[in-house]
Design a protein around this ligand. Structure first.
Ligand code: G3P
Ligand code: CA
Length: 272
């Protein structure tokens, strides 16, 4: 079976990460799922943002947890990202084709995804000043959308992920049927016995860890866990994931990744 293609921060190789444009393009490119990171603003709103600070991906400066939603909404999240032009001529004429983009709240992303059939993989970032409040707010939002208690894990449109086993445990205490991924650090040596904490449904190794230990997918499958692998942008890695039975494959270039899974080219898909 082919892995599900999950757009990491949207189609982030071609649009500024965590923007509506990046997620809309991922859906256009046929992504099966969308990945996002969430953090809380000072006034308790869930926003789609990877870094602790806004400096790298916006026109402003500061720590997300110290900024209000209103302040974050004043910033531009697209201008930093140079998108590859459609034609080589444009490369000569313009150095940057980036467009201004607005802040994306998790609620706006949910509204985009709901009814598309794509799954949303929400990663809560830790450590953060608000600790468990992130998961509590996330569950409250999902509850408002009727997504916090799916009939079964397989049918859930939302999956919650974290590198923090405590965060995954908190999700399970809030909801028995919301599926979870325990992400495993980029340099983590994968456990020989491939066990996960009881609150975790899926194993979340990095591609670096799986390259070093590809049998892990089969070992964790023996324990009843499917695998979510991140972040896979190289054709050889994509095909490795397919061969060893990775179920969810997170990539910055969902369109090109799908083409490779469907029998396409080689190389780095994020560079296309
Ligand atoms: O999909 C998991 C992956 O996103 C974890 O790493 O740093 O990109 O959030 P990071
Ligand atoms: Ca992430």
């Amino acid at each position: 079976m082919l892995p599900d293609v999950v757009a990491h921060r949207g189609a982030s190789a071609h649009r500024a990460e965590h923007t509506l444009a990046a997620y809309a393009l991922a859906l256009e490119q046929g992504a099966d799922g969308l990945e996002c990171d969430v953090r809380l603003t000072r006034d308790g709103h869930l926003v789609c943002h990877h870094d602790r600070r806004v400096d790298r991906t916006s026109s402003g400066r500061g720590v997300v947890s110290t900024l209000s939603l209103e302040r974050m909404a004043e910033l531009d999240y697209g201008g930093w990202h140079a998108e590859p032009p459609e034609h080589a001529d444009d490369l000569v004429l313009t150095h940057r084709t980036a467009k201004p983009e607005r802040l994306l709240t998790l609620e706006a992303l949910l509204a985009l995804v709901v009814d598309t059939g794509a799954r949303l993989f929400v990663e809560t970032k830790h450590p953060v000043r608000y600790a468990g409040l992130v998961e509590a707010k996330l569950i409250a939002l999902l509850r408002r959308y009727g997504l916090a208690a799916p009939p079964s894990k397989e049918e859930s449109p939302v999956v919650v992920m974290s590198f923090s086993a405590r965060a995954v445990g908190r999700v399970r205490r809030h909801s028995a049927t919301l599926p979870t991924v325990l992400l495993l650090g980029p340099l983590a040596r994968l456990r020989r016995d491939a066990t996960l904490p009881p609150a975790a449904d899926y194993a979340g190794p990095s591609i670096e860890a799986l390259r070093a230990d590809p049998d892990y997918v089969a070992r964790t499958a023996d324990r009843g866990h499917d695998t979510y692998c991140w972040t896979v942008d190289d054709a050889a890695d994509i095909l490795l994931c397919q061969r060893i039975g990775v179920r969810f494959l997170a990539t910055n270039a969902p369109g090109a990744t799908r083409a490779i899974l469907d029998g396409g080219a080689a190389g780095n898909v994020a560079a296309r």
